[in-house]
Write a protein that binds this ligand. Structure first.
Ligand SMILES: Cc1cc2nc3c(=O)[nH]c(=O)nc-3n(C[C@H](O)[C@H](O)[C@H](O)COP(=O)(O)O)c2cc1C
Length: 182
C-alpha cells in the first residue's frame, strides 16, 4: 500500500482582476475540491506595476517580492487563464514576467496546473496554449491533462459565482489529484 501523499501547498493565480471573474471562480471551486492534504491560497496580482527592468535593477517592488516569495514557498501553482484576444491576459503575463527574472528561476521544475474559462465557445484554450508555451520556456512541469476549459462560462456559475457545472468540477478535482501526486 502506498503511503499517504505529503501535504501540498498550492499557490493559485487568476489572470483576471474582475470582481465577478469566472476564472477566479474556478480557483474558488478548486479550493472546495482540493484532495485531502492540499491547501490552496489565491494570491492577487492586481497591484503590480508594469514590468520595467530599470525598476527590477533597483530592487523588486514589495508586492512583487511578496509574490516571488509565495512562488518559492509553494509546492505547486494553479493558474486560471482567461483568453484575451486569443492569448493570455496582460496581467497574468506581467506577473509571470516579474517572477521570471533573477536571482534564480523560481519556476524551474515547479509543478503547474492550468484551468480556464471564457464566455465564448472555446473555453480559453487558445489562451491556455500560449500560457503552456510561456511556462515551457521557464521549465515548469506543466500538467498536460486533464484540460479544464470552461466554455460559455456565463451559464456555468450561479448568481453567487459558484461553479455549478458538474463536468468542470469533476475535471478540476482530477487535475488537483494529479497535481498532488507531482
Ligand atoms: C480584452 C478582452 C479580450 C477578450 N478576448 C477573448 C478571446 O479572444 N476569446 C474568448 O473566448 N473570449 C475573449 N474575451 C471574453 C472573455 O472570455 C470574458 O470576458 C471572460 O469573462 C473573461 O474571464 P473572467 O470572467 O475571468 O474575467 C475577451 C475579453 C476581454 C476583456
Amino acid at each position: 500500500m502506498s503511503s499517504p501523499a505529503a501535504a501540498k501547498h498550492i499557490l493559485a493565480i487568476s489572470g483576471s482582476l474582475r470582481r465577478q471573474s469566472f476564472n477566479t471562480g474556478l480557483l474558488r471551486a478548486a479550493m472546495e475540491l482540493a484532495p485531502p492534504g492540499m491547501t490552496i491560497t489565491i494570491t492577487n496580482i492586481g497591484g503590480f506595476p508594469l514590468y520595467d527592468d530599470d525598476v527590477r535593477l533597483e530592487g523588486y517592488p514589495p508586492v512583487v517580492q511578496a509574490f516571488r516569495d509565495q512562488i518559492t514557498a509553494a509546492d505547486g501553482l494553479l493558474m486560471a487563464c482567461p483568453e484575451y484576444n486569443y492569448s493570455v491576459s496582460g496581467v497574468l503575463k506581467n506577473a509571470i514576467d516579474w517572477a521570471s527574472r533573477p536571482p534564480g528561476n523560481l519556476f524551474n521544475e515547479k509543478p503547474v496546473a492550468i484551468v480556464g474559462a471564457a464566455t465564448g465557445l472555446f473555453g480559453s484554450i487558445r489562451g491556455q496554449n500560449h500560457l503552456r508555451a510561456i511556462l515551457a520556456g521557464l521549465n515548469c512541469n506543466v500538467l498536460h491533462k486533464p484540460e479544464v476549459m470552461v466554455a460559455s462560462a456565463a451559464s456555468k456559475f450561479d448568481a453567487e459565482g459558484k461553479l455549478t457545472d458538474e463536468t468542470a468540477r469533476k475535471l478540476i478535482g482530477e487535475l488537483l489529484v494529479k497535481l498532488a501526486a507531482t
